[in-house]
Design a protein around this ligand. Sequence first.
Ligand SMILES: Nc1nc2c(ncn2[C@@H]2O[C@H](COP(=O)(O)OP(=O)(O)OP(=O)(O)O)[C@@H](O)[C@H]2O)c(=O)[nH]1
Ligand SMILES: [Mg+2]
Length: 227
Amino acid sequence: MSDTDEESGIQTEKHVKIVILGETNVGKTSIVKRYCYDEFSRYYNQTVGADFYLKRLSLPGRHEINIRISDIGGFEFKGCMLQNYLFNADVVILMYDISNANSFEYLSVWLNEVDKLLERRPIVAVVGNKCDVEHHRNVKQNDVRRFVTNQKLYHFLVSSKTGEGVNNCFLELVVKHLGITLTKSDREQQQTIVKAEIMPPSARVPLRRKSSAISNSGPTTSICSTQ
Ligand SMILES: Nc1nc2c(ncn2[C@@H]2O[C@H](COP(=O)(O)OP(=O)(O)OP(=O)(O)O)[C@@H](O)[C@H]2O)c(=O)[nH]1
Ligand SMILES: [Mg+2]
């Protein structure tokens, strides 16, 4: 991180390195692409090794921030490069998929590895992705709460598909690392526009009926589309 020079009004640059870890298929590449390019692909393309991205963020108070993001393929846990990827990390994101219980359970193994490979634990955030498929949730919220409380970690819920929570997650971690204080309106300016998909009736998931007494008139859906 370079020094600030707010009093003289000179714009200064700061650098933050974020490393994203987690099981394969949880959406690590997807969150980076949503954050850096505001795009999403429903097709899975496995990350081999690691990919590196750069995002510039301007914040009030003449803060110009270069965020370097390392997107590590889920299979890299077994690779010998993990220590190199983690080198000098300011923030580590441990990502799980809320619809995949294993992906959450393995986070403790990833966290052990981070602690083993780094002398000092950086800021670590547990990020639950795919919150657009809340109706397929397989990870208990209490388990997540217990893990993040015990380990003193941050927790965010996001959807790389709709963009929900994505900007906020990166913003909070960056300002936390740099010690920048933002006002409520500064935060609001950085919020993502959530993009909901309008589904044809044939693709909608029917609501589970509580009892047979509920009328069965017309098609229903558990998917709420907002714009
Ligand atoms: N519904 C939904 N699907 C998502 C979301 N994020 C990612 N996906 C899908 O999940 C699959 C895996 O996404 P990736 O971003 O490639 O996963 P990854 O963690 O980078 O996987 P590896 O590169 O193998 O480690 C893709 O088919 C994405 O379209 C999300 O927020 N919601
Ligand atoms: Mg990937």
